[in-house]
Design a binder for this molecule. Structure first.
Ligand code: SF4
Length: 465
């Protein structure tokens, strides 16, 4: 491993450096023991101290109307949210509305109206859209004909790139052959399904309706059509998921010859059904963080042995069909046109949210308004923060690009040097000009990103104003 060379400092720099070190020490990792198990005591959060600025409610519509008249530049994605679920899965913090069969047509009509409001504008038309993602909730709860008309409408209204990735996320329950074929015929080319585990007991205890065997048959049916990239999500650390269950989950993904897999570590949301159930002793505890680290390591090594390529810290592809385009672009800060109740996007230096209140959503769409719940001027540091996020997502961070992304980020590498040396000593990163994440670094990637963002803010706070 290349060691990082310490730079020489002036007196003022040394004084700043000492203040900084005081702050940065809290971001250091444990350098003894197994890094994947104990480098940090807990995981970092997604949004450490954002400096984005809220636009007052009475100015939102006017501002959004102006943003629509501006050209987009660079790669962009589109996100559509379907905020309904058949039931609240025990581990999930994203449940919003109970699905009923008569929700499909009115919600699809509203989404199509919302899509049309932006289609014929500069923001809608000025540059290609590289990836479209239907997320939720449960997009595949929508009826076959509604899924088809949504996908067709997007392809008709917006300038999708010729190689645009069009993903429909869903769950096995509800997702029948007619819906699969309707999506494919309309132009979807990727399915991402949250299976979480193929073990029937684990699935049922987490509120999943289909058995492990039904889940396997479902994926075989998708795979055998050979018309789209097939991706499944596994969660590691679930209650009742011992090492044998975890190994079998991984083996099942290999045997099914899917195109992609996500390995997510379980996050228990405070107040979620899972946390309440564990507190009341109705459910086994989740696997502790050090054990989750070992489960991740086993997953990474097992997929590697079977020739799968790691595309991000949590995502693998088997063949070139799987590109993981949407996730890569959105995590590195590309513009994102967002539609649907509960969605959120970015456009020309602002981030915005669409209301999660369904009644308000329908009402405002009916009145021809974008149902905005917030608009924020993006953090002035966003270009540098996005470089950090994109680099960590790619497991390969070039700090020269971070420094070049914002004038105030200049010199950040020198400032962060002792932090980076600590992480090297802890076995989380390696390399010098370009930092590469080790297996342990990949497991702790969210914490590394959070801490780098905090270090960058600290670096800027120490500069003369
Ligand atoms: S895991 Fe998916 S289907 Fe289950 S509650 Fe969460 S969003 Fe809904």
């Amino acid at each position: 491993m290349t060691r990082l060379a310490l730079p020489r400092h002036t007196e003022q720099q040394e004084s700043n450096q000492s203040q900084l070190m005081h702050g940065l020490h809290s971001l250091f990792a444990e350098t003894t023991g197994s890094p994947i198990q104990n480098a940090f005591k807990k995981r970092g959060s997604h949004m450490p101290g954002s400096a984005s600025k809220e636009v007052p409610e009475d100015e939102r519509q006017q501002l959004f109307a102006r943003l629509k008249t501006q050209k987009r530049q660079g790669p962009a994605v589109m996100y559509l949210h379907v905020p309904y679920c058949a039931n609240h899965c025990l581990f999930c913090g994203f449940y919003r509305n109970k699905w009923t069969e008569d929700s499909s047509a009115p919600y699809t009509d509203a989404l199509i109206k919302e899509l049309r409001m932006m289609a014929d504008t500069e923001a809608g038309q000025s540059a290609p859209i590289n990836a479209v993602y239907f997320g939720g909730g449960t997009p595949t709860a929508l009826h076959a004909k509604d899924l088809a008309r949504l996908i067709r409408e997007i392809r008709y209204l917006y300038p999708l790139a010729p190689d645009c990735e069009i993903t429909v996320e869903g769950r096995i329950f509800h997702f029948d052959d007619a819906k699969v074929d309707a999506c494919l015929d309309a132009g979807a080319n990727r399915f991402s399904t949250g299976v979480q585990s193929f073990n029937t007991r684990v699935r049922q205890r987490m509120g999943r309706k289909a058995s492990g065997e039904e889940a396997r048959r479902f994926f075989e049916g998708l795979r055998d059509r050979n018309r789209a990239a097939i991706v499944c999500d596994l969660i590691l650390g679930l209650p009742y998921q011992d090492d044998e269950v975890w190994h079998n989950d991984l083996q099942t993904v290999i045997d099914l010859e899917l195109d992609g897999v996500d390995l997510y570590t379980l996050a228990v949301f405070p107040g979620s059904p899972l946390s309440r159930s564990i507190e009341k002793g109705k459910c086994e505890a989740t696997r502790p963080l050090p054990e989750q680290g070992l489960m991740y390591q086993h997953g990474l090594e097992f997929l590697d042995q079977h020739g799968w390529r790691q595309l991000s810290s949590s995502h693998w592809g088997r063949r070139t069909r799987e590109r993981n385009l949407y996730n890569g672009l959105v995590k590195s800060g590309s513009d994102c046109l967002a539609f649907g109740s509960g969605s959120g996007g970015n456009l020309n230096g602002y981030s915005y949210g669409v209301t999660g209140d369904l009644a308000a959503y329908f009402d405002q769409i009916e009145n021809g308004l974008k149902p905005l719940s917030r608009i924020q001027a993006q953090d002035p540091l966003a270009p540098a923060l996005n470089e950090l996020a994109g680099g960590i997502e790619n497991m390969r961070l070039d700090l020269a690009l971070v420094e070049a992304a914002h004038p105030l980020a200049g010199g950040f590498k020198d400032t962060a040097l002792q932090l980076l040396e600590n992480w090297q000593a802890a076995g989380l990163i390696e390399g010098s000009a370009v930092i590469k994440l080790t297996t342990a670094g990949k497991f702790w990637h969210q914490t590394l990103l959070t801490n780098l963002k905090l270090a960058l803010r600290h670096h800027i706070s120490l500069q003369p104003s």
